[in-house]
Design a protein around this ligand. Structure first.
Ligand code: NAD
Length: 498
C-alpha cells in the first residue's frame, strides 16, 4: 500500500503527527493508500515556507505571474489523462467526468492569468486642486483553502489560481478522501516556475483545519464543503479577524413547466441527478413537475431512462456513473432512502443493493427515484449527496416557485420552459444564487462568479470571476497632492470634494 505525503516548500514531506487516514478505491471497495493527517507542526512548517515564498512571488510583476500560471495550465494539460485517472481512482467519478473536473478548474487559472488587467486600480485626476486619487489592489499574504472531496481538481484550482494570480502564497488543505490530485497539481506548479512554498499542500482533517484557523499569519480562509462545517469555519475564522468565504451544501430544484420539451427535460434531469453519482453541489436532487399531466409524462420518461443507466467502474468508458466515495457515504445515502420510505414517499426505483459484476465490494448505490415527496420530508429538506432524485409535484407555477425560494439552501436552480415570460419572472423572483433556464447545472463560466445564497454560503463574495480577485486582495487608496498644487497653509477642517 502506498503512503502519500504533504507537499511543503517544493518537497514531499511525511509529517510528524503519526496520524493517518485510509484512502479508498471506491470501485474495489478497498484501501489504496494512506495519507498523513497534519497537526499544528506541519501547518506551521507550511506557513513558514509560504511566508518566505510570498516575498518573492508578490514582488514579481503580475504579467510574469500570469505567464507562470499559463505554464501551469500547459503542464496540467500535458498530464491530464494521468491526473484524471488518479482522480477517478480515488473519487469514483468516470474518467470523462474527471477530465471535466480538471478542465473547469483550468479555465479559472486561465482567467486568473489575466491578472495584469484584473488587478488594475482606479484613478481620479484633480479631485481637488492639485490632488489625485488612485487605488492599489494588493495581495493579502498567506491564505488558505480547505476543499471538499467531490471536485479534487476544480475547487483547489479555483481557489489557488485566483489567490496566486493576485500575488498571495497559498496553503491548500484538500479533502483527505482524495488527496493525490491536489498533491500532483502543487508539484506541477513548482515545475511551471512558481517558487517552492508558493503553493503548499497539507493533508489532514479537523486538526489541520483548526491549526490553520489558529495560525495568525493566515490572512484569509476559502472553504468549500458541507453547511455545518462551512458555518463553523466562517465563525471561527471571522472571530480571529480573517477574511472568510465558506461555501456549503445544496438542494437544487428543477422546475418542469407543462410547455417544456419533456424529452429534453428528462435527459437533463437524468444527467444532473445521477452524473457523478449525485455527488455534485450543483446536482439536481428535486424535480418539480407542474401539473399532474406533466408529472405523469415526466415520471414515465425518467423510469425508462433509469432502466437504461449504466453504473460501472469509473475507468470503463461504458459507465454513466461510478460508485460513491466511501462505504460511509453509501451507508448514509441508503439510510436516507429508508427514511424516505418510512416518511411515506413512493419509492419508484430503489438503488439499494445494486451490484456491478466483478466488483462485489465496490461502494455502489444505484439510481433512485422517489415520487410524491412533500416539503415536510427529510429527503426533501436535507442534502443527501448521492444518486437520489425526489419528485415533488406542484399544482401550478407559483407553488413550484415557492419550493426553491423557501428552501433552506439556495445554491442552484433550473426551470425548463419554452415561455419567455415565465422564465423571466422565475429568474427575477427565485431566491437562489445560480439559475439555469433550460440548463440543468448552471455552473457559471470562469469569468463570472460562482456562489449560492442562504445556507449554501457564509461570507459575502463569490468564488472566481472578479469577486475572487476582490476576496484575495485588499484595496489601498492613495491620495496625492503634488508639490506644485495650490499652497493653502495648515487647515483644521475636514477636507471636502467641493
Ligand atoms: P465536508 O464538509 O465533509 O469536508 C470539506 C472539508 O472540510 C474537507 O477538507 C474536510 O477535511 C474538512 N472537514 C471535515 N470535517 C471537518 C471539521 N469537523 N472541522 C474542520 N474541517 C473539517 O464536505 P465533503 O463531504 O468533502 O464535500 C461535500 C459537501 O461539499 C457537500 O455538502 C456539497 O454540497 C459541498 N460542496 C459545496 C460546493 C459549493 O460551492 N457550494 C461545492 C462543492 C461541494
Amino acid at each position: 500500500m502506498s503512503e502519500l505525503t504533504h507537499y511543503i516548500d517544493g518537497e514531499h514531506v511525511k509529517g510528524t503527527s503519526g496520524r493517518f487516514a485510509d484512502v479508498f478505491n471506491p470501485v474495489q471497495g478497498s484501501v489504496a493508500s494512506r495519507v498523513p493527517l497534519a497537526g499544528p507542526e506541519e501547518v506551521t512548517a507550511a506557513v513558514d515556507s509560504a511566508q518566505r515564498a510570498f516575498a518573492s512571488w508578490s514582488a514579481l510583476n503580475p504579467q510574469r505571474r500570469g505567464r507562470i500560471l499559463l505554464k501551469w495550465v500547459d503542464l496540467i494539460g500535458q498530464h491530464r489523462d494521468e491526473l484524471a485517472t488518479a482522480l477517478s481512482n480515488e473519487h469514483g467519478k468516470t474518467f470523462e467526468d474527471a477530465k471535466g473536473d480538471i478542465q473547469r478548474g483550468v479555465e479559472v487559472v486561465e482567467f486568473a492569468a489575466g491578472a495584469p488587467h484584473l488587478l488594475k486600480g482606479e484613478f481620479s485626476h484633480n479631485v481637488s486642486s492639485g490632488v489625485d486619487v488612485h487605488t492599489l489592489r494588493q495581495p493579502l499574504g498567506v491564505v488558505a483553502g480547505i476543499t471538499p472531496f467531490n471536485f479534487p481538481a476544480m475547487i483547489p484550482l479555483w481557489k489557488a489560481g485566483i489567490a496566486l494570480a493576485a500575488g498571495n502564497a497559498f496553503v491548500l488543505k484538500p479533502s483527505e478522501r482524495d488527496p493525490s490530485v491536489p498533491l500532483r497539481l502543487a508539484e506541477l506548479a513548482v515545475e511551471a516556475g512558481m517558487p517552492p512554498g508558493t503553493l503548499n499542500v497539507v493533508n489532514g482533517d479537523k486538526e489541520a483545519v483548526d491549526a490553520l484557523i489558529e495560525e495568525p499569519r493566515i490572512q484569509a480562509v476559502g472553504f468549500v464543503g458541507s453547511t455545518p462545517i462551512a458555518q463553523a469555519i466562517y465563525s471561527a475564522a471571522a472571530s480571529r479577524g480573517k477574511r472568510a468565504q465558506c461555501f456549503g451544501g445544496a438542494k437544487n430544484h428543477m422546475i418542469i413547466m407543462p410547455d417544456a420539451d419533456l424529452d429534453q427535460a428528462a435527459d437533463a434531469l437524468i444527467g444532473a441527478a445521477y452524473g457523478s453519482a449525485g455527488e455534485r453541489c450543483m446536482a439536481v436532487s428535486v424535480a418539480v413537475p407542474v401539473g399532474e399531466a406533466t408529472a405523469e409524462a415526466l415520471r414515465s420518461r425518467l423510469e425508462e431512462r433509469i432502466a437504461n443507466l449504466r453504473m460501472g467502474p469509473s475507468l470503463d468508458p461504458e459507465s454513466d456513473f461510478g460508485p460513491v466515495v466511501t462505504a460511509e457515504a453509501k451507508q448514509r445515502i441508503e439510510s436516507y432512502i429508508a427514511a424516505g420510505e418510512q416518511e411515506g414517499a413512493e419509492l419508484v426505483v430503489d438503488g439499494r443493493g445494486a451490484q456491478v459484476e466483478g466488483h462485489p465490494q465496490g461502494f455502489w448505490v444505484g439510481a433512485t427515484l422517489f415520487d410524491h415527496v412533500t416539503s415536510a420530508m427529510r429527503i426533501y429538506r436535507e442534502e443527501i449527496f448521492g444518486p437520489v432524485l425526489t419528485m415533488v409535484r406542484a399544482a401550478d407555477y407559483e407553488e413550484a416557485l415557492r419550493l426553491p425560494t423557501e428552501h433552506e439552501y439556495g445554491n442552484g436552480v433550473a426551470i425548463f420552459t419554452r415561455d419567455g415570460d415565465t422564465a423571466r419572472d422565475f429568474t427575477q423572483r427565485v431566491e437562489v444564487g445560480m439559475v439555469g433556464v433550460n440548463v440543468p447545472i448552471p455552473v457559471p463560466i470562469a469569468y463570472y462568479t460562482f456562489g449560492g445564497w442562504k445556507a449554501s454560503v457564509f461570507g459575502d463574495l463569490n468564488q472566481h470571476g472578479t469577486d475572487g480577485l476582490k476576496f484575495y486582495t485588499k484595496t489601498k487608496t492613495v491620495t496625492t497632492r503634488w508639490p506644485s498644487g495650490a499652497k493653502e497653509g495648515a487647515s483644521f477642517v475636514m477636507p471636502e470634494g467641493s
